[in-house]
Ligand binder design. Structure first.
Ligand SMILES: [Fe+2]
Length: 317
């Protein structure tokens, strides 16, 4: 149902942003995570921090710290061709660069690795699915310059689209101009090539800051549609509404994994199938990126960071 103001008129984009920012500012100071199926205590985070410290000292003692640290800077470029029945013909071969979970202040030198990798790939548009900052509270202005540096390389045929993750703050959207990217906050936008369009819908983070407005982001209108969500937890709603592609991150692929890539911790409950790489829900193709940054510990094991390029292609009968 469309929300209305006191004059019984549909809310403007400005009104919606104001309501969203007010709500999220309150949720960001709350001691609970706000999830789709209820509140959840943040106390698990303290338990997680103890595990992290144990892991950090453990790797230093057994001499694995340096290797894990170096692993973070070896970001892989992953390229995938994706085939769709309903892709508009003018978007045949359209290349989308997906960046997520940069946590750019966790390891300041990582910006150079990211710039190096992004500079090597060709693409038509970039999307960023959240977690620009290391901590999930406190100052954020330290990330503006490095993210803006990266964004310089992301200016292509279409400007980059971005959403927020659970480590970000609502205050970041005031920096759209400096960051040269457009934030999608529970809204969608169409991009056009010679009269044909594809739709991108971007939600606020649903891992910690869920509100019903996130669900209202997805419409059931026909057309080729891509969902940008920080985590995989809204995949069912996107799939039910006919979205073709769902891009997310959040898990870091586990970041610290056993040999073979089995994640020790993933910070999500949607099931093992959603932790890393491709998955399918109904007709919708989903992809969970390992992300290109780190949080908790500046280490990666058996789980390389990635920058992903998807090339959209029309499925031939
Ligand atoms: Fe993250």
């Amino acid at each position: 149902m469309q929300e209305r103001n006191i004059h019984n008129k549909p809310l403007s984009k400005k009104d919606k942003r104001l309501i969203w920012a007010t709500t999220r500012s309150i949720l960001e100071t709350d001691q609970f995570k706000h999830k789709r199926h209820g509140k959840k205590s943040k106390s698990n985070w303290n338990y997680f921090k103890r595990i992290i410290n144990f892991l950090l000292w453990g790797t230093k003692i057994v001499g694995l710290y340096k290797r894990g640290y170096a692993n973070v800077q070896n970001i892989e470029i992953k390229k995938h061709d994706l085939y769709f029945d309903n892709l508009p013909t003018n978007f045949e071969g359209f290349r989308i660069l997906h960046l997520t979970d940069l946590h750019i202040d966790a390891m300041p030198e990582l910006v150079h690795s990211i710039l190096h990798v992004v500079d090597q790939v060709e693409f038509d548009m970039a999307v960023l699915t959240g977690d620009y900052r290391q901590d999930n509270s406190g100052d954020f202005t330290q990330i503006i310059n490095p993210i803006a540096q990266i964004s310089e390389l992301l200016q292509k045929e279409f400007s980059p689209l971005a959403i927020l993750g659970n480590h970000d703050t609502y205050l970041m959207i005031d920096y759209e101009e400096e960051l040269k990217m457009r934030f999608l906050i529970n809204e969608s936008v169409q991009i056009e090539r010679d009269g044909q369009v594809i739709t991108f819908a971007g939600t606020d983070d649903a891992f910690s800051y869920y509100t019903d407005a996130t669900l209202q982001t997805f419409d059931d209108k026909p057309g080729f549609k891509i969902a940008l969500v920080h985590s995989s937890e809204l995949a069912d709603v996107a799939s039910e509404n006919g979205y073709n592609l769902y891009l997310c991150g959040h898990t870091h692929g586990g970041q610290v994994c056993l040999p073979g890539g089995k994640a020790l911790i993933s910070h999500q409950q949607e099931g093992k199938g959603y932790i890393s790489g491709f998955w399918k829900l109904g007709e919708m193709t989903g992809y969970t990126s390992n992300g290109c940054g780190v949080s908790g510990v500046p280490l990666r094991f058996n789980c390389p960071g990635e920058i992903t390029v998807f090339t959209l292609k029309k499925k031939r009968p």
